[in-house]
Design a protein around this ligand. Structure first.
Ligand code: C2E
Ligand code: MG
Ligand code: MG
Ligand code: MG
Length: 292
């Protein structure tokens, strides 16, 4: 019978599905307590200026240090938080943590860098972002351009007035706007022209697959030229090999971030990168294996 033939697979599938649902429920049930208990941890991934190999900044990436499951990357819980609205709270927590770090480092006389934080599209529609962010940087005595706001490309698909206006306001206030995951498939040149942004952050998949193909190389050059013409800076994300770095260098890309240099790392490890006396002659020196 069919049941006899496939029953085991159905059962397996059911178990897997049940497991997923239980886990999702546990994530939702645990999120508020986790925030209150400080289980969400900000990791930092260095970003380098390609021209001279100097540290240019970092990206803040959240992890959940879960008491039972261990350190969790955000791929599973962020999409859930975007559905239940908790992302707004978590993002504000991350931004505040980042501001506190920048203030502390300024006081200690460490090199002044900027940090990119992720902004969910929900943050744009649910809150008065300009208000929240302005009072935050003011509270920590920071100039707004120390915070780079990463908004993923797919958020721009509906080019609503509200999105354009909010980004325009933030930009006029001095925050730096980065379009994240550019080239992942949603944007049009028309949208790019309309959006008040400062930085294009090239999608990882683009870096890892396209630029080693002949057509992809043409496209990279085209994007960098276009960005220049639009007075945008270009960051490459997900750089893993020397070959990729050389391509980016040849084509005039401004900044690079990726495992080739360092993985996202805990704050204390990043402080060592930030405070190292001699800037690395070879950018490879700053490689780190503090894995996420
Ligand atoms: P994203 O903003 O595009 O961040 C880049 C992701 O690529 C990070 O994954 C980073 O660890 C990873 N990555 C960096 N370099 C390399 C590389 O060379 N190779 C590979 N394979 N991966 C690399 P992560 O930390 O797992 O974060 C995934 C996504 O979760 C982020 O993508 C971002 O969209 C979201 N996210 C992370 N933290 C936050 C946050 O605090 N708030 C919000 N709203 N979203 C966040
Ligand atoms: Mg992002
Ligand atoms: Mg990012
Ligand atoms: Mg990205």
């Amino acid at each position: 019978s069919i049941k006899g033939k496939y029953g085991k697979h159905f059962a397996l599938y059911d178990d897997k599905l049940r497991g997923t649902l239980l886990r999702r429920q546990a994530i939702t049930d645990g999120m508020e307590t986790a925030l209150a208990k400080g289980q969400f941890e900000v990791y930092l991934q260095p970003k380098y200026q390609i021209r001279d190999g100097r540290l240019a900044g970092a990206e803040a990436l959240v992890r959940w240090n879960h008491p039972e499951w261990g350190l969790q990357p955000p791929g599973e819980f962020i999409p859930l938080f975007e559905r239940n609205g908790f992302i707004t709270k978590l993002d504000q927590y991350v931004w505040e943590r980042v501001c506190a770090l920048l203030q502390e480092w300024d006081r200690k006389g460490y090199p002044s860098i900027n940090i990119s934080v992720n902004v969910s599209r929900l943050d744009i529609y649910n809150t008065d972002l300009a208000d929240v962010l302005t009072s935050l940087v003011r509270r920590y005595g920071l100039s707004p351009d120390r915070l780079h706001l990463e908004i993923t490309e797919s958020a721009y698909t509906d080019t609503s007035r509200q999105l354009i206006e909010t980004l325009g306001t933030l930009r006029r206030l001095g925050f730096v706007i980065e379009m994240d995951d550019f080239g992942s498939g949603y944007s049009s040149l028309n949208m790019l022209a309309e959006m008040p942004i400062d930085v294009l952050k090239l999608d990882m998949k683009f870096i890892q697959t396209e630029i080693t193909r002949p057509t992809g190389q043409g496209i990279l050059r085209f994007i960098v030229d276009l960005a220049r013409w639009m007075k945008l800076r270009v960051v490459a994300e997900g750089v893993e090999t020397r070959e990729q770095l050389e391509r980016l260098q040849n084509d005039g890309c401004d900044y690079a971030q990726g495992y080739y240099f360092a993985k996202p790392m805990p704050v204390e490890s990043f402080v060592s990168v930030l405070t190292v006396q001699d800037p690395p002659a070879d950018m490879e020196n700053s490689r780190s294996d503090d894995s996420a």
